[in-house]
Design a protein around this ligand. Structure first.
Ligand code: FAD
Length: 291
């Protein structure tokens, strides 16, 4: 395993709200996250081109200008052209935002549009050709991307993505750290040597738990499903147990030299704060950007 002598980074993911209530909640959330000095806050994007500038980019701008945090914009490529991407990159550069999570995006209802970017690696290569100084991050899947034929194919394509210019990777959520460690080893064997940040999503309510169970192809350890079963009708206990589970995962990952933890906050600052309070000394935290 690649030895990591630096303290790991802590970063958060937020998503643009789609209602007025959502906007108010998010503003509160961001104000709370600000004090936690994450390495960066990433902002998700819908895989449709619609409103990208008014949602993802505007929120990223808010994070940078109002919170003085570094930000990373997610950019799903399945529905955009080279021209769109060029114009977005120029806008980001003017805003002093230099971090992009280059994604293919999900294929909706099996419809695969003919676009300039078939895979995230195509987008990565394009971004690097236009803006070599940008940090490009890619997505990766410790338990294999659902469309992949097998693990070998998935790792080969990941290697292509890194060779196309990805500076680091962020994983899909997982609840079994052994899956992550196995994936790290496979990457090392395949000569994928960029930092792999572990994506952690604490379970904090029943709806989210049911969603994970139904849609997630991640292995759910017995310890985890026992928590969901036991506390499914006790919201406060479920939240506390879900946060404790995530803290346990994080402590184990950090002890095993993970380069970074990326927390899927689901726009819930109190969850992020609880986790932070229990793990802050383990991380290298970023001072706010100078005004
Ligand atoms: P790719 O890297 O292109 O891989 C997709 C599939 O194609 C994989 O099975 C891969 O093995 C295969 N493949 C790659 N290259 C080749 C090739 N040359 N030949 C054959 N097969 C190939 N989605 C959003 O819409 N918005 C978001 O904000 C968002 N954020 C995300 C953040 C993270 C950290 C993660 C892990 C995922 C996120 N997603 C998001 C979901 C992501 O868009 C989907 O998982 C999508 O299905 C795959 O995107 P990708 O960038 O991993 O694709």
């Amino acid at each position: 395993m690649v030895e990591n002598n630096h303290a790991p980074t802590l970063s958060f993911e937020v998503f643009p709200p789609n209602s007025q209530v959502g906007v108010e909640n998010l503003t509160d959330t961001l104000d709370q996250l600000k004090g936690l000095n994450p390495s960066f806050i990433s902002v998700t994007a819908s895989n449709h081109k619609l409103n990208y500038e008014e949602t993802t980019i505007d929120l990223a701008k808010y994070v940078k200008d109002k919170l003085h945090c570094h930000t990373m914009v997610h950019m799903p490529a399945a529905y955009v052209t080279k021209e769109d991407v060029s114009s977005i990159l120029n806008r980001l550069e003017k805003m002093n935002i230099h971090q992009v999570l280059a994604l293919r995006g999900d294929i909706v209802d099996g419809f695969r549009p003919e676009t300039d970017f078939k895979y995230a690696s195509d987008l990565t290569k394009f971004i690097k050709s236009k803006k070599p100084d940008f940090t490009v991050t890619g997505a990766c899947y410790p338990e294999v991307h659902p469309e992949s034929k097998n693990r070998v194919d998935d790792i080969k394509h990941l290697k292509d993505k890194v060779d196309a210019g990805c500076n680091q990777l962020i994983t899909q959520l997982f609840y079994d750290n052994e899956q992550f460690y196995r994936f790290q080893e496979e990457c090392e064997i395949a000569n994928i040597n960029v930092p792999i940040l572990a994506g952690i999503m604490p379970i904090v309510n029943r709806k989210q738990a049911l969603h994970v169970i139904k849609n997630c192809s991640a292995h759910l350890p017995k310890k985890f499903t026992d928590i969901l079963d036991k506390y499914q009708d006790k919201p406060v206990s479920l939240k506390e147990a879900g946060i404790a589970y995530a803290v346990d995962q994080i402590v184990d990952l950090v002890t095993n030299d993970v380069p970074g933890i990326h927390l899927y906050t689901m726009n819930k600052s109190d969850t992020a704060k609880h986790i932070f309070q229990n793990t802050a000394s383990l991380f290298e935290l970023e001072p706010a950007i100078e005004e």
